[in-house]
Design a protein around this ligand. Sequence first.
Ligand SMILES: Cc1cc2nc3c(=O)[nH]c(=O)nc-3n(C[C@H](O)[C@H](O)[C@H](O)COP(=O)(O)O)c2cc1C
Length: 220
Amino acid sequence: MITNDIAALALLTGEHGVSTPRLSAADAALARHSVRSYRDVAVTEEEIHTLLELTGRAPSAFNLQPWRFVVVRDQNTKDQLRAAAYGQKQVGDAPVVVAMYADMEDTMAHLDEVVHPDLPADKKAGTIAMLKNTFGPMTPEARGVWANAQSNIALGYLLLIAKSEGFDTSPMLGFQADQVKEILGIPATATITALVALGRGADDGFRSHRHSVERIATFR
Ligand SMILES: Cc1cc2nc3c(=O)[nH]c(=O)nc-3n(C[C@H](O)[C@H](O)[C@H](O)COP(=O)(O)O)c2cc1C
């Protein structure tokens, strides 16, 4: 378990005993692509823990960290999820399916968790009041949309970190959200950010096809 920045650095320099190959962020960005076919190689709980701990380093506005995860390894549950995901094969075949969701109602109910511990008590109370004033008047739906935007930042982290740690992934939005919530006991008010199939790929998937920088950026 990573407990502080020094430990996180130790992890990245390979002192935590995971033997999978490491890629830099740049190499992982170049190498990552969706993989929809997986080898029958288990992913350990420790490996998943590491991936989620690093994913949780993602930034979020007000540091609210509204992302939540259900890690599914049980075959029967994966089969149910596959049916809810229009039969997408990778949902049943990958050793792990991570259901990632944004839960702003849980976040709002535990604002004390996200306020920085180093703040003095009066500043903590002020920050919590500010957050309640900001988000309290919004509808749960609008809060959910806001939270899901934050959760998508962490989704990007998860995909990149998984690749850098030697795993392949397939992010998906092709599923019936109500059914996935029912199967996994995810609150009705939450927004599912993505299902992510995760494991060690059995094929190379498609070659990535991307815009050039010139197409998407202007320099002034
Ligand atoms: C949020 C999100 C949802 C996606 N949903 C699906 C999906 O339901 N099924 C699928 O096969 N691929 C899905 N994809 C994969 C995209 O098609 C893929 O990322 C894109 O074509 C770029 O290819 P690459 O990931 O191989 O680079 C999804 C990707 C993202 C980021």
